[in-house]
Ligand binder design. Structure first.
Ligand code: NAI
Ligand SMILES: CCCCCC(=O)/C=C/C=C\C/C=C\C/C=C\CCCC(=O)O
Length: 267
């Protein structure tokens, strides 16, 4: 089990919702945490709140839009200057916007790739790094389709595929870095109201009742429950390439078939 005392973590999309919960559970377990978010006001307020609650200089906020390569790289350098190292990197920032779908891809998938590659370059043993762990936040919509949000679903399938491929690369090439994904069902955060917003859902607004019925099948999780899942993926040294599915009635590591299950067809 990885002990978090003295470790340095980075969490994107940390100003509210799941990111805030992830940052807090890492602080409670002894890590220092760099908070990254596009929302400067909420991020700075959270930095003050966390430093008061967990000790001065345990947290620092960096304004970063994860769709900007430059902002991400600059912040990473500043984090290294302040904290000296990065051991844990959680790519959590994500949006739902089916109308501005290229923006959604740039944040939800490309943002995860940007963060992961920055962390990997620093952590990789072949670069003189100390190893570490990366956790990418996907969704249950990264394992099965959410009809109202095809682009969001595509980005989350992308996050799961990227995480699994890179975890295998890490194992084969011995990077010394573990890479895992989280796949929670609905969680009680501001994001969950998106299904009711024409601005975010656009042409798929007519499917709102379908999402509502899915929400009855998968009742909402609380941020604190999902945060315990993050801690598991960070601490358990045996987990690499793991996808943790989380629902109200329980969590479990997803088993992916080694052979693709298929029904033969005549061609
Ligand atoms: N709430 C839910 O039901 C579920 C959420 N997720 C995923 O969890 C992650 C976090 O979602 P929530 O906390 O629910 O959302 P949220 O909307 O409550 O919080 C997202 C945070 O990300 C920040 N953010 C947005 N765009 C950004 C950008 N370009 N750069 C940096 N920060 C940015 C926002 O300012 C906000 O602080 C997302 O990746 C989401 O897809 C996964 C499954 C379920
Ligand atoms: C519109 C609000 C979106 C909230 C964000 C989010 O990512 C929520 C996802 C919740 C559920 C995922 C949707 C579809 C999953 C479909 C099938 C999975 C089957 C899993 C199983 O039955 O074991």
């Amino acid at each position: 089990m990885m002990a978090l005392q003295g470790k340095v973590a980075v969490v994107t999309g940390a100003a509210q919702g799941l990111g805030k919960g992830f940052a807090e559970i890492l602080l409670q377990n002894g890590a220092k945490v760099a908070l990254l978010d596009i929302n400067e006001k909420a991020g700075k307020e959270l930095e003050t709140q966390f430093n008061e609650a967990y000790g001065a200089d345990r947290t620092h906020f960096y304004p970063v839009d994860v769709s900007s390569d430059q902002q991400f790289k600059d912040a990473f350098q500043k984090i290294l200057s302040k904290f000296g190292q990065v051991d844990i990197f959680c790519n959590n920032a994500g949006i739902i916007n089916e109308k501005q779908w290229e923006k959604t891809v740039s944040i939800n998938l490309c943002g995860v790739v940007r963060g992961t590659y920055l962390a990997l370059e620093h952590m990789k043993k072949e670069n003189g790094g100390q190893g570490g762990v990366i956790v990418n936040v996907a969704s249950l919509a990264g394992l099965g389709p959410l009809a109202q949000t095809p682009i969001y679903t595509a980005t989350k399938f992308g996050v799961v595929g990227f995480t699994r491929a890179l975890a295998l690369a890490s194992e084969v090439a011995n990077y010394g870095v573990r890479i895992n994904a989280m796949c929670p069902a609905f969680v009680r955060t501001p994001l969950i109201d998106s299904f009711n917003s024409e601005e975010q859902i656009g042409q798929f607004m007519g499917l709102a009742d379908f999402t509502r019925s899915l929400m009855e099948k998968f009742p909402s999780l609380e941020v604190e429950e999902v945060s315990k899942g993050l801690l598991l993926l960070v601490k358990d040294d045996s987990l690499n390439g793991a996808c943790l599915a989380m629902m109200r009635d329980g969590a479990g590591l997803v088993s992916f078939p080694k052979e693709i299950p298929k029904t033969p067809v005549a061609l």
